[in-house]
Write a protein that binds this ligand. Structure first.
Ligand code: CA
Length: 221
């Protein structure tokens, strides 16, 4: 079962990649299987991507992280399992329905005390965190919410992470629609503009990773 795969890689090679690299905790597998039946299942991050986020969090010794766009919780649970016992995730989402699944799995995995859920529009939640004096207190941020607001989320996240902190942004290849000029819906246009702006942004060190549906990594200078 693969999700969110955009890369032009054969199914057999992708299965091989997973067979020699994926080490998915049982609770994440259960969550992925439950979410696969969901009508918006394509919003779930791929398992190899969850594992990659967990690796990044460990590499930078992250303790305090931010997530914008929780859905049913696969990425937040991946990160929470990688954080030290005193680690913390501030998770932002607008959907009570989707995050009720996430909260159930956070409990099941024993990491619920690491995660504070803010149920409000992401732009408001990020402004709230800034108004609470939390600028430059986060080590890591993952942005995976409504694409029209990506740049706004990014600007706020850039204020909230410390110098040397990392922001990861999902779906930046958008199933290849970024290079289809006839596709002009608001989400696609927003992602194209987002990618273009980041490529010129001298406040960050940038890399766009061709994993799943494209993942941009931006390290705050
Ligand atoms: Ca996504």
């Amino acid at each position: 079962m693969s999700t969110g795969k955009t890369l032009n890689i054969t199914q057999n090679l992708h299965e091989y990649l997973l067979s020699v690299s994926l080490s998915e905790p049982e609770v994440l597998l259960q969550l992925r299987q439950e979410t696969a039946n969901h009508s918006r299942a394509n919003m779930q991050v791929a398992p190899e991507q969850g594992q990659f986020l967990a690796l990044l969090v460990k590499l930078i010794n992250a303790k305090k992280t931010l997530e914008v766009g929780v859905f049913t919780g696969y990425s937040s649970l991946s990160v929470a399992l990688a954080l030290p016992p005193d680690g913390k995730i501030i998770a932002c989402d607008v959907s009570e329905e989707f995050t009720s699944v996430a909260r159930r799995y956070w409990e099941k995995a024993g990491v619920a005390d690491k995660i504070d859920l803010l149920l409000a529009p992401g732009t408001e939640s990020l402004q709230y965190l800034l108004s609470q004096g939390q600028a430059e207190t986060f080590d890591f941020a993952f942005i995976d919410a409504d694409k029209e607001n990506y740049y706004s989320y990014y600007e706020s996240a850039l204020k909230l992470v410390r110098p040397g902190g990392l922001i990861a942004i999902d779906n930046v290849l958008w199933s290849g629609r970024v290079i289809q000029p006839e596709v002009e819906d608001s989400a696609t246009v927003a992602i194209r503009e987002f990618n273009s702006k980041l490529s010129q942004d001298d406040r960050i060190d940038l890399s766009l990773i061709a994993i799943a549906d494209g993942l941009t990594l931006a390290r705050k200078r």
